[in-house]
Design a protein around this ligand. Structure first.
Ligand code: HEM
Length: 179
């Protein structure tokens, strides 16, 4: 008999759904902030600041998730073949890597952009910048952040679709990770 628990802990389940909601919100704000015209300067500025805030919260929540994951064994999962489990593990490792890399790339992009726009959490807590504005670096960082972010959103969509598929096949994935 295995010692593995039969579902993720309450904290792990809540942090999973918080990170999912924050990633979707950050992605929606990214499209909105870029789309808003400069004539709507206040709304555009607020959308950028909220995008940065929620993106940095994703980073913190994911660090907490990784720490909890290191402290407790993953729950057992029956009903999936070893090949599918291995692919799921690779996909999840890729998502964790992007969940950390995308906010860091965004933080660096914000600093390299021309014009010293501060980075804050909810307009209150200042987040330090370690780079000076640098247009040449910005020209590299911005597309890198963008491609990594859209890859993360794509992987998250596939992950969600596969979870629903496995649920329909009777694998108790939503019991393990339900809110
Ligand atoms: C999970 C977290 C994040 C996601 C999913 C995300 C997503 C995106 C996406 C999709 C874009 C491209 C928008 C477009 O051009 O259509 C973008 C741009 C950008 N993001 Fe993020 N982002 C995240 C975190 C962050 C963080 C933490 C910061 C800064 C602290 C940040 C700062 C920026 C900046 C400065 C741009 C470039 C906008 C421009 O130059 O006009 N992002 N982000």
């Amino acid at each position: 008999m295995s010692d593995a628990p039969d579902r993720w802990s309450l904290a792990q389940r809540r942090l999973h759904w918080w990170s999912a909601a924050l990633v979707v919100l950050t992605g929606v704000l990214a499209v909105l902030m870029v789309w808003l015209p400069f004539s709507e300067m206040l709304a555009k500025f607020l959308a950028y600041q909220l995008h940065k805030t929620f993106g940095l919260l994703v980073f913190s929540v994911v660090l907490a998730r990784l720490a909890l994951r290191a402290l407790r064994p993953a729950p057992a999962l029956e009903g999936l073949s070893p090949g599918v489990l291995r692919l799921a593990g690779i996909g999840q490792a890729g998502m964790y890597a992007l969940l950390l890399a995308v906010p860091v790339l965004g933080w660096l992009t914000a600093q390299a952009a021309a014009g010293p726009v501060p980075t804050t959490i909810f307009l209150v807590i200042p987040v330090p910048h370690v780079l000076d504005p640098n247009p040449a670096l910005y020209a590299w960082l911005r597309p890198l952040h963008q491609v990594a972010a859209y890859t993360l959103l794509g992987l998250a969509a596939v992950h969600a679709a596969l979870a629903v598929k496995h649920h329909r096949q009777g694998v108790p994935v939503f019991r393990r990770m339900g809110w």
